[in-house]
Design a protein around this ligand. Structure first.
Ligand SMILES: C[S@@+](CC[C@H](N)C(=O)[O-])C[C@H]1O[C@@H](n2cnc3c(N)ncnc32)[C@H](O)[C@@H]1O
Length: 194
């Protein structure tokens, strides 16, 4: 099996399909590609948006020097409780990434040099999507890397294109990975660097 199914995930997808945006957690292969080539310098942190049940968090642990270099922001309270049980050493905030500009400085004084997003930008409400992008604009300093994924079948969807266009206006061209086939559905990993 490529993606492992999780009752927690299916339950939240049924409850809130546009926020959760996927029926199963991402695969290990997609998680590896999401983290590939990333490294932190001393005193820097990784910020994860929408960790869900922790598919990417597992891999992020390999690049952080210690647990204080990680913050996860997750909107679903039940995912947050799940994450706190699964990764007791890491800090998760049950909050909305659209309020990232106030949430992050309240919980960390380290610059977030790597931002890993599992957020379903193509299905989020435009107002929420745009607030998150505005927050990224405030948080990302020169050198900051923002990485997310988009499903191949949804890549041409108007909402997915609109997300990329808005990102382009602030952060310029992105790098697109080869298709990650070992994920259902297959996905591209997209990287912007300020
Ligand atoms: C497609 S799932 C990805 C989960 C996980 N990263 C993975 O790849 O398996 C999207 C996640 O983003 C969370 N989410 C959606 N909107 C959010 C928001 N505005 N702020 C924080 N988390 C949000 C959902 O609750 C869900 O956990």
């Amino acid at each position: 099996m490529i993606n492992s199914f999780s009752p927690e995930f299916i339950k939240n997808f049924i409850k809130n399909p546009t926020h959760v945006g996927a029926i199963a957690p991402s695969s290990k292969e997609l998680a590896r590609v999401m983290i590939r080539g990333l490294a932190l310098n001393e005193g820097e942190a990784v910020l994860e948006l929408g960790p869900g049940t922790g598919a990417f968090t597992c891999q992020i642990r390999n690049i952080i020097p210690d647990s204080s270099a990680y913050i996860g922001i997750e909107r679903e309270a039940s995912f947050c409780r799940f994450l706190e049980r699964r990764f007791p050493e890491l800090q998760f905030v049950n909050g909305n990434a659209a309020e990232l500009d106030t949430i992050y400085p309240a919980v960390s004084d380290k610059p977030a040099k790597v931002i890993i997003s599992g957020l379903p930008f193509a299905t989020l409400m435009p107002r929420v999507r745009d607030s998150i992008i505005d927050c990224l604009d405030q948080l990302m300093t020169p050198g900051t890397i923002f990485r997310t994924f988009q499903y191949v079948h949804a890549y041409p969807f108007p909402t997915a294109v609109e997300f990329r266009e808005r990102m382009y206006r602030l952060f310029g061209e992105h790098h697109r990975s080869k298709v990650v086939f070992r994920n259902l559905p297959p996905a591209f990993v997209l990287t912007w660097q300020r």
